[in-house]
Design a protein around this ligand. Structure first.
Ligand code: 9MR
Length: 841
């Protein structure tokens, strides 16, 4: 950033290391990325003992005293290309308070750290401009510009600005290979679902399109609809609607404007495997347990962070200095992403979405589906996987007797960032607990309350432990409502800071109310501004915006809230909003913001969760169609012609940023497993690769499938969780049937109740032989029954007509009843019923 400087007569130091005048090199292309700090500090990095910040348009850092060597404190930038024999002009502005001598180097980034340029600028308090020239002795794609600032007994402050390295070759211009200009869901389309594609073309009037089957025979044709220039891609586009063609088949292609799309299928079972793959992602993401190659061929690895050298955790982890004087055993949980950190706020939404995937349709998730060590234990694998994380979240709670008891530590991670690749068990960094935060505590309260009801039929002790932890966390959060994580606490792990936790309060209160039915939580929910406010933000919900989770839970999980009907209606209003956004978008994306967020794919998917929930609540086809169309974007109908799910579609993300799925860096290592979602386009392009290659990108183009692009191409536990939720919805055939069920409790007594159930046939065809299915909210169990054979597996109850009443005539009804037991909590009537596999209503 150019700015007024007090030192008008700034000292210009010119150190000519080559006879070529600076002016010649000065005319060359700029090689430094963000040398003016207009876009924050990235891609500049610093050693773990400093924090980089932009102040008055300059990059500044407090340099600690008491270090021995210049290289003990470094600020640098990587991946600078040098061309042998070319002369470079290197310039920067810098200051030191108090005055110091620094070291400016351009060097090899690895041992023996060969220096191609070295200078010792004398830094003054008022600041100076420095200019040098040098000739590169070698060609290199990854030279490093570093400022070595260590070796001072006293602490001091360093600032710099206008860093420029000019000369050499023009920086590489990156042109993504976007393949054919007809953009489709490369996996395919459901026979009964919408089928739309987007054509990129300079034509402005309608064009012909043709749908061809695998034999190349045209099976449908029509005209494109010109849509003008799309802001999210900068492209002139048309849309193609071939929804009328419903015939299943593989290898279809779509041709328009002389271009033929990549092949795709039209199949009923298109999404049958995706929910399983999206959920299988979690097992090899586990910390604290060996990943068995027998369960995940090619992905076996030793347990990470179990207290075996060179690991230094996670069995006895101390706090950051001054935060606490105890240690905790926080072994287990999932690694958050491509790093080895474990963060309660992000773990919270992830485990919640897994539990919600299960809670939406408990019957769809049986034991043995995910091929994990717990498969075969009689409990749904999805709950076993969730438990792995939930146990970790419980372990992050501050123990009784300590200050802030009941709060949860915000996170645990390495003291300094590590490089790639690095398998979890080889991470040598010290691990630290970071201060407790209100947000983490409320994430624990919410997920533990939810776990309490879902685990009740399988493990009463674990359910009770969760409920106790949830209550304790709630009380601690109420007592400490404004303990925010430090936004600058981002060395060695992400900050995950959030300055407003009223939404986390609402979500936690909603879960506690649903599980306990207690007045305190009901009153809190009803009084929260989020209960009646418009929570449906354009950008969608995520780890830092969780009011939507509370709203969705209150709408879908049976509870006795007085304004429940309004809550349900509000979800439909949210869906209407996303539907309108999607319909206006020529790529059919239910997310339209001028700049795409970090992890935009997860926001798109979370908006699809709202649309899907509206379908569940209303049965209106338009919402289900919107979810199906929204998935097309994730699987290839986008500006990059790219599927963002590994293993799905002809061209799919496979180099997501990860320290152990680092095949791009080491061919001995695997790519991420099938079913792994990439974060997706991120307009802020904070990482060095994106900064170098994607400058000025239109939102949809701010993505690159490169392992070093951590801002656009990471994998995370909270991005695969909506993928699991949405794909489970898509895999659900979700057909409705002409039945109505009246479920009424006739009486109750401590620990028990009696119920009558009436099934009405409101259709025109007789039902010969019926099976009714529902699931209980928590630990209810059916006992003696009459008029039907009733059985139960976990929370899922199945009732079967017997001899005299197994036929329901059109307009007729059958009645049966049962006694049940209800160990604790509320006993709300189930709301979702399936007759012979199809949902009633
Ligand atoms: O997903 C997070 C995103 O919303 C934030 O903007 C970003 C910066 O704080 O951090 C992202 O989370 C990363 C975390 O900090 C560290 N682990 C990897 C996460 C995904 O990139």
């Amino acid at each position: 950033m150019k700015r007024y400087r007090a030192a008008l007569l700034a000292l210009i130091t010119t150190l000519a290391l080559s006879p070529v005048p600076a002016a010649a090199a000065d005319e060359g292309p700029e090689q430094i990325v963000n040398g003016t700090f207009d876009t924050g500090t990235a891609p500049w990095w610093g050693t773990a003992n400093i924090t980089l910040a932009v102040e008055d348009g300059r990059l500044c850092a407090d340099i600690p005293g008491g270090t021995a060597n210049p290289w003990d404190v470094i600020i640098g930038q990587d991946n600078l290309p040098l061309v042998a024999g070319e002369t470079y002009a290197y310039r920067f502005y810098a200051s030191g308070t108090p005055a110091k001598v620094g070291k400016a180097l351009i060097q090899l980034p690895v041992d023996p750290w060969t220096q191609y340029f070295a200078a010792n600028p004398e830094l003054s308090v008022s600041g100076n401009d420095y200019a040098y020239t040098f000739t590169a002795p070698v060609s290199l794609t990854n030279a490093q510009a570093v400022f070595q600032l260590g070796g001072s007994a006293e602490p001091w402050r360093f600032c710099m600005d206008d860093v420029s390295l000019k000369g050499g070759a023009e920086p590489e211009v990156y042109e993504p290979d976007t393949g054919p200009r007809v953009r489709v869901n490369m996996v395919g389309y459901l026979p009964a679902g919408p089928k739309k594609a987007t054509l990129v073309t300079s034509e402005t009037s309608a064009l012909e399109w043709e749908l061809k089957n695998a034999d190349g025979k045209t099976v449908a044709r029509g005209s494109t609809v010109p849509r003008g220039v799309d802001d999210s891609s900068g492209q002139n586009v048309h849309t193609i609607d071939f929804g009328a063609h419903r015939k299943p088949g593989t290898g279809y292609t779509l041709t328009a404007d002389g271009e033929t799309s990549r092949p795709f299928d039209i199949e009923e079972d298109l999404y049958d495997e995706l929910p399983t793959d999206a959920l299988k992602f979690y097992y090899p993401q586990r910390s604290g347990i060996e990943i068995l190659d027998s369960l995940r061929p090619g992905y076996g690895r030793p347990a990470g962070h179990v207290g075996v050298a060179p690991n230094q955790g996670d069995v006895e982890v101390p706090c950051q200095p001054g935060v606490c004087d105890y240690t905790l055993n926080v072994k287990g949980g999932w690694y958050d992403a491509g790093d080895h950190g474990k963060y309660v706020v992000n773990g919270g939404i992830s485990v919640h979405q897994l539990m919600s995937t299960y809670e939406r349709d408990k019957a769809a998730f049986r034991d043995g589906r995910l091929n994990i060590p717990e498969s075969g234990n009689g409990r749904p694998d999805i709950l076993d996987e969730a438990r792995w994380e939930q146990e970790f979240l419980l372990s992050m709670q501050v123990p009784d007797g300590e200050p802030l008891a009941g709060m949860a530590h915000h996170k645990i991670h390495d003291q300094a960032w590590t490089g790639l690749p690095l398998l979890p068990h080889l991470d040598p960094q010290p691990r630290e607990l970071h201060p407790p935060s209100t947000a983490a505590t409320l994430n624990l309260a919410a997920t533990a309350a939810q776990a309490a009801r879902l685990f009740a039929p399988y493990d009463a002790a674990f359910a009770a432990k969760n409920l106790a932890a949830a209550r304790k966390a709630w009380a601690a959060a109420k007592a400490n409502p404004e303990k925010y994580a430090d936004p600058n606490d981002g060395v060695g792990g992400g900050a995950y800071s959030d300055g407003n936790v009223s939404d986390e309060f609402y979500w936690a209160a909603a879960e506690l109310f649903i599980t306990t039915g207690e007045k305190e939580f009901k009153d809190f929910v009803l009084a929260s501004p989020h209960h009646t406010g418009d929570v449906w933000r354009d950008r969608g919900f995520d780890w830092g915006n969780t009011a939507q989770l509370g709203r969705l839970e209150l709408a879908t999980v049976p509870n006795a809230l007085p304004d429940r009907a309004r809550v349900r209606q509000s979800v439909v209003q949210g869906a209407e909003k996303y539907l309108a956004i999607q319909q206006a978008h020529p790529y059919g994306i239910p997310y339209d913001v001028p700049d795409y967020d970090w992890g935009s794919n997860n926001l798109v998917l979370n908006n699809l969760v709202v649309l899907a929930t509206a379908y569940d609540l209303t049965g209106k086809e338009k919402y289900r169609a919107a979810v199906r169309e929204g998935m097309d974007y994730i699987l290839g109908r986008n500006a990059l012609n790219q599927s963002y799910v590994t293993g799905y579609g002809e061209v799919a993300s496979k180099n997501q940023h990860s320290r152990w799925y680092a095949r791009q860096l080491n061919p001995e290592l695997p790519n991420p497993p099938r079913g792994t979602l990439a974060g997706g386009p991120n307009s802020a392009i904070q990482d060095p690769v994106a900064q170098r290659l994607l400058q000025g990108c239109k939102p949809q183009f701010c993505y690159i499938d490169d392992i070093e692009s951590w801002a656009t191409n990471e994998l995370t536990i909270n991005w695969n969780s909506p993928l699991a939720w949405v794909s489970a919805f898509l895999a659900d055939r979700g057909e409705r049937s002409d039945c109505k069920v009246r479920y009424s409790a006739h009486g109750s007594w401590p620990g028990g109740f009696t119920t009558q159930v009436v099934i009405e046939n409101v259709g025109k065809k007789a039902v010969d032989g019926w099976q009714l299915r529902w699931s209980f909210l928590a630990g209810q169990q059916v006992g003696h029954s009459w008029g039907a054979e009733v059985s139960q597996d976990g929370s899922v109850v199945t009732a079967k007509g017997t001899g005299w009443n197994d036929r329901i005539k059109p307009g007729g009804a059958v009645t049966f009843g049962f006694n049940g037991t209800n160990p604790s909590g509320p006993n709300p009537a189930p709301e979702v019923f399936h007759v012979n596999g199809a949902r009633c209503g």
